[in-house]
Design a protein around this ligand. Structure first.
Ligand SMILES: Cc1cc2nc3c(=O)[nH]c(=O)nc-3n(C[C@H](O)[C@H](O)[C@H](O)COP(=O)(O)O)c2cc1C
Ligand SMILES: Nc1ncnc2c1ncn2[C@@H]1O[C@H](COP(=O)(O)OP(=O)(O)O)[C@@H](O)[C@H]1O
Length: 312
């Protein structure tokens, strides 16, 4: 896969088949569309291209829209990388870009820059300034500029929309297993390990505090989760708490993980941590002893879960 920083940076001698979308989550519904894109490319001797936007149009057009996404742009890129598409074009969605007319978008971007011979698009896709143009307009442009339009059916599009909404809802309710089924891969939180208050080691449960720098990343419901990551290529399991640590008088939301059978300085390390299942809600315990007992139970639960699901 070749990545292009915007449509104006795209240069290929080949003609392309293009699909356009945000693809947040790159879930099973998206994967179906991408498969179709890749197959069409092979059959028509075209190169496959995904045109996606970042920031998300809603981040730009409704500045206050507090939109949360399943994937960061880095995660979206990494998942798409595995899908077999030839080109990924991450176009910066700006105010200026949003003011392109439908014709300018089609002519300057799709035809002249991306050299599209085929466009695969949802039946309800709208584009151009104020989203005035639809698939019928696109077909007319296709006759004029020499490309075909392939429609993704209402049923397939609804499946995609339903999945994204269901995944976001499931994550906000802590149902990570359900989200993971829709995604077909485990939802993850990625960031750098930063210093906490240094209480973990006193508990005999050191916890790596993860700083997720992307404000738009969706953080699942507070609570305790069984997790998995890779450190230097080796799978490591652990238990994560997302919450404010009310027992020790915390107020700020933190994401912290105790990894099993590991003793290692993790400060400054970049980790992508997969959430596998949820154990319980975060609670305010009367005493530190109460919290420690709960964490021991979390550990026992996690180790059993790992044995049942991940034993080699
Ligand atoms: C598996 C796990 C479960 C936890 N559960 C709770 C909880 O229910 N309530 C709570 O107040 N804190 C909970 N914590 C957070 C601890 O209070 C936290 O690890 C401790 O304060 C260390 O913080 P530090 O990293 O800032 O030193 C949990 C932490 C882990 C790793
Ligand atoms: N098994 C482990 N799981 C998580 N962190 C560990 C582990 N072993 C060592 N560490 C280190 O200990 C740090 C956490 O210690 P802790 O006392 O909780 O301090 P802090 O409050 O700064 O997070 C981690 O950031 C990591 O560098």
């Amino acid at each position: 896969m070749k990545e292009h920083k915007g449509a104006y940076a795209f240069n290929s001698d080949h003609h392309t088949v293009v699909t356009i979308g945000t693809f947040d989550g790159v879930h099973v519904g998206h994967q179906k569309i991408i498969e179709r894109l890749v197959n069409t490319a092979k059959m028509s001797n075209l190169e496959s291209a995904i045109l996606t936007f970042f920031p998300h149009p809603r981040m730009v057009l409704q500045k206050d829209a507090d939109i949360k996404l399943i994937n960061t742009i880095d995660e979206r890129r990494e998942i798409l990388e595995k899908s077999g598409v030839d080109h990924l074009i991450i176009h910066p969605f700006t105010q200026q870009f949003s003011r392109l007319t439908a014709r300018e978008f089609v002519r300057d971007i799709l035809v002249n820059k991306l050299r599209a011979k085929k466009i695969i698009i949802g039946y309800d896709h709208r584009f151009g300034r104020n989203r005035t143009a639809d698939i019928h307009d696109l077909r007319k442009f296709g006759i004029e500029y020499g490309f075909d339009v392939e429609e993704i059916s209402k049923q397939d599009i609804e499946e995609v929309a339903v999945s994204s909404t269901k995944i976001r809802k499931a994550l906000l309710e802590g149902q990570v297993e359900k989200a993971n089924r829709y995604l077909s891969y485990p939802f993850a939180l990625a960031g750098t390990v930063v210093e906490g208050r240094g209480l973990g080691k006193e508990f005999n449960y050191p916890t790596a505090n993860l700083e997720v720098k992307e404000e738009y990343k969706l953080i699942p419901k507070n609570g305790v989760y069984v997790v998995r990551t890779e450190i230097e290529g080796i799978p490591v399991f652990g238990m994560m708490n997302i919450g404010t640590n009310p027992t020790v008088g915390g107020t700020k939301k933190t994401i912290e993980t105790h990894f099993f059978d590991l003793e290692m300085d993790l400060y400054g390390r970049y980790l992508s941590i997969q959430l596998l299942t949820r154990i319980r809600d975060e609670k305010k315990f009367e005493t530190i002893e109460g919290l420690k007992t709960a964490m021991k139970q979390d550990e026992a639960f996690s180790r059993q879960y790992i044995r049942d699901n991940y034993a080699q």
